[in-house]
Design a binder for this molecule. Structure first.
Ligand SMILES: *Cc1c(COP(=O)(O)O)cnc(C)c1O
Length: 280
């Protein structure tokens, strides 16, 4: 009956090792962070919170939204409703979520997005995040990730990818090209309990800048003080990276099958269409 909120124990280290493997698989830097969640919905919610606290032009954790400009999120009309629910839970209101039209292949229309972002800036709003789909729930459409990454870099916006099932295409040499560009995201949400074949529940959020992730959730408390030895030693603690303090040993379910994914029997790295997968 492990509490995997943190602490110097095997469950925490299993989750950290899982995180290391996922950074490799998604071509994220060593300084990235991540957290196991109940599912993609909560991973999206945590990601949007990190995006908001990182991109807000004011100290959102202290002031909230009182008297501040409207902060805008953009996504296609095909986007999963967990994104709208996250926006509502964050107190932004559904009017802060601009749902953009899609093309014939159900991919976000980038010219409509450009026009809307600049119109919103002119109206005094603060655009802060694009949610791109790597596999929409309706049709499996993948938004133009490379183009959106360029756009976000130019416009200084956070790029979150909802890859609830599609992100794990990177495990397959045949499918990985479909989600090319996913490695450019600021954060990626995905589920092991979909294409990963792991029993429910097992969602995951990966964040490129681990420090921004930590700053969104960590709050010091005397009863959570870190020590140099004993159960209160060890770092980092997953509870600093999401809303949960007490957490079950979710990492065990993906930790077991993951090393059995595509790999060279010699244990060396395998070239999967440009994606390096290194297993222990
Ligand atoms: C399944 C899914 C979600 C929600 O994930 P849960 O694990 O059910 O919370 C979000 N986005 C997409 C694209 C999905 O397919």
């Amino acid at each position: 009956n492990t509490n995997a909120g943190g602490f110097d124990q095997g469950a925490t280290y299993a989750e950290l090792q899982l995180l290391d493997w996922l950074k490799e698989m998604m071509e994220f830097p060593r300084t990235a962070s991540g957290i196991l969640t109940s599912g993609g919905s909560v991973a999206n919610l945590v990601a949007l919170n990190v995006a908001r606290s990182s991109m807000a032009p004011f100290a959102i954790r202290a002031t909230g939204h009182a008297q501040q400009a409207r902060m805008m999120v953009y996504a296609s009309t095909e986007t999963h409703n967990s994104v709208q629910r996250a926006v509502e839970l964050m107190g932004l209101g559904t009017e802060s979520l601009a749902l953009m039209p899609v093309d014939d292949a159900y991919r976000l229309d980038i010219s409509a997005l450009r026009a809307r972002v600049s119109a919103d800036r002119r109206a005094g709003h603060v655009p802060f995040c694009i949610v791109a789909n790597a596999g929409t729930v309706n049709t499996g459409a993948v938004d133009p990730l490379d183009t959106l990454a360029d756009f976000c870099r130019d416009e200084k916006l956070w790029l979150h990818v909802d890859g609830a099932f599609g992100a794990l295409a990177v495990w397959s040499p045949q499918l990985a090209p479909l989600v090319a560009g996913i490695e450019l995201a600021d954060s990626i949400a995905f589920d092991f309990h979909k294409w990963g074949q792991v029993p429910y529940d097992a969602g995951f959020l990966l964040v490129r800048d681990g420090e921004l992730h930590r700053q969104t959730f960590a709050s010091p408390a005397s009863y959570l003080r870190r020590e140099t030895r004993g159960l209160a030693a060890g770092a980092p603690w997953p509870s600093d990276y999401g809303p949960d303090l007490s957490r079950g040993f979710r990492a065990l379910k993906p930790w077991f099958p993951l090393p059995a994914r595509p790999r060279d029997v010699s244990g060396k790295s395998v070239d999967l269409g440009g994606r390096r997968i290194i297993k222990k």
